[in-house]
Design a protein around this ligand. Sequence first.
Ligand code: PEP
Ligand code: MG
Length: 758
Amino acid sequence: MPLSLEAPRILLRRLRDLMATGGEQQVRLDKTVSLIASVMEGAVCSVYLRRHIAGQGANQAGGGILELCASVGLDAQSVHKTHLTMGEGLVGDIATHKRPLNLAEAKQHPNFAPRPETGEDAFHSFVGVPILHGGDVRGVLVVQNKSMQRFVAEEVEALEIVAMVLAEVLAASGDIEDVRAPDAPHTYIGIGLVEGVALGQVKLHEPRVEVSRLFSDDSEAEQRRLNDAIYVLRRNVDELLATKDVSHAGEHLAVLESYRMFANDRGWLRRIHDAVQTGLTAEAAVNSVNGAMRARLGQQRDAYLRARLHDFDDLSNRLLRILSGRAVNAAHDKLHRNTILVARMMGPAELLDYDRRNLRGLLLEEGAMGAHVSIVARALNIPLIGDVAQIAQIAYDGQAVVLDGTSGEVHLNPSSTITDTFRGRALLEAKRQKRYARLRDKPALTRDNVRIRLDMNAGLAVDTDKLITSGADNIGLFRTELQFMVAARLPRLQEQQEFYAQVLEKAEGRDVVFRTLDIGGDKVLPYLALQPEENPALGWRAMRIALDRPALLRYQLRALLRAAKGRHLSVMFPLITTTAEFVQAKQILHKEYALSQRLGHGVASTLSVGTMLEVPALVWQLDELLPQVDFLSIGTNDLMQFFFAADRANPRLAGRYDILSAPALRLLSDIRVRCDAHNVPVSICGEVGGGTLEAMTLMGIGFSRFSLPSGAVGAVKRMVRSVNLERLRTCVSATMIDNPDNMRDHLKTLAQEQGVKL
Ligand code: PEP
Ligand code: MG
């Protein structure tokens, strides 16, 4: 009899009866394999369970061994004696790749590695499926036969449902080991993306809904519950799509669009319905299908497909929350006072959805310095560690956790010694912040009385409060694209104007340098479909888009001019590559100025127009460019990536090339000299100015204007006030000549010798 959907249903009913009888784990497992073998008409049915090896990290991906725990058909002597490592033999291969194997002749598979003690040599056809729970492999279920006939696809699928059911049953009865972090302390190392120490409790961004009721007595009623929940889910997604606007920093439109697509995905829904049909509750069915889906897509290297995996997960979770009667969005749960948010990955808007007063830290499985969520976390001063392997699967709500965003250390269930150490670090950090706060109203004046201008970078509404609290002089770089990135659709003219007016209002007369839209590259607007490019950082981005499609730029300039009504306005253009591009952009600005005036709108009373210098080619056009600009700002993030040909967002290249090296400093120094010759103010606005040693060195080669991440203003101001600039300049120049290699170490020594507070 070929396997059919009827088989798992019969099996499930019998399994349930079997489980209800209780008894010893081994007896239950033995009965289970007998049952599967008889219903599936297999000569052999075996269950291998994954066991952890003492001394090997419980959560180590790919760790552990597979133990033959029960079998009918294989030699009884081999049960609990046969062990396979992950990846070993066909069973290990299934476990590692988290996918079924269906073979007419097992011996022909290159990974076939028979264990003589089992007597499996006598069997030919082989079908094995992974036993998955929460996306992790907990074991392998195998059926073998003497014939050389491959199982048909429906049979494999039916066996997968059996494995799902088995996983749920085994998990509920505690027969499989949990890969969650045991309550013993565990340390993980990720990449520190936003500095700071945090102590608190885990809050999962997508909390797993624990499914306690596995079996239903009435499949029809469960199907109805499932249909109702799917209806609510779809309505929910539609509502989100319809109502999100720029004023509400809502979820990413692309994500929502894919939710909508998945919420209507027939294959996904059919699998859940099939699982319910076998007798599972709707919750258990959603859980099981999601586990299998995650396991398959989890093998994907492709970033796009991994992102889709995340969408599916999120959607399943929403469905589970609806079925269990909870709020759909975890951001609306009541937060613990010291919440450490844990997620696989997260968009900037999702982070903004949380009540920030209670957020102390953020841990992500993905994430890099240049990721938008990192920019937002930095703006909110939330310590962030990215690249923490499997943390969202391991951690659970309420678990104690401490983290250090500088070193990238994470401790789950920290020991009291670790907690005390981190408390000490947090205290030190708080003291440091207090020290900086005392400097807030003091000028950034060197010991030999040279005033250094310390502005800050901004882009979100929340940033403007920092202008007062950080002690920055002005906003030297306002990244306007952030407002566009957190919006679900293109902000309208009026919305842009109101936003800019608000920023200017809060700045209370301080300068705000608005950089026009810098999109493209890694800055994606979900509602603006751009062609995928081979090399997006070098592609159609920023001013290139703006000059080719000037409507967007014109609208933005109009909004800026009107928002600044009666006040001064500073505008800066990103990624200018040729003088002609700057001239063209400036002409558009002046045209907009004239147009708004003609139409009787109040506009900015005075204008400064500048450019970013991010493209090396512009360095050799400075003599033509500088007479046209009011100021120049060096975007070292991009300039250095183009200068060294090293992707700024690639963690593998981080630290490989140093801005504190002779070639980079010579370039920057040449730019500064040309700007001085033309009497054009020049500043540094890349993240690099936020490092005290870097800022000190840049002062040493003649820079006196910086725009920094707001959190760095205090430390840099303290450094500035400890410097004798004249001495510093002489020594930095000498270091560039005498020690062009390994400058960083020499600069550190120099700082120490001169008593510079880094
Ligand atoms: C830069 O490139 O240095 C810069 C400040 O711009 P962004 O980081 O926004 O690309
Ligand atoms: Mg840039």
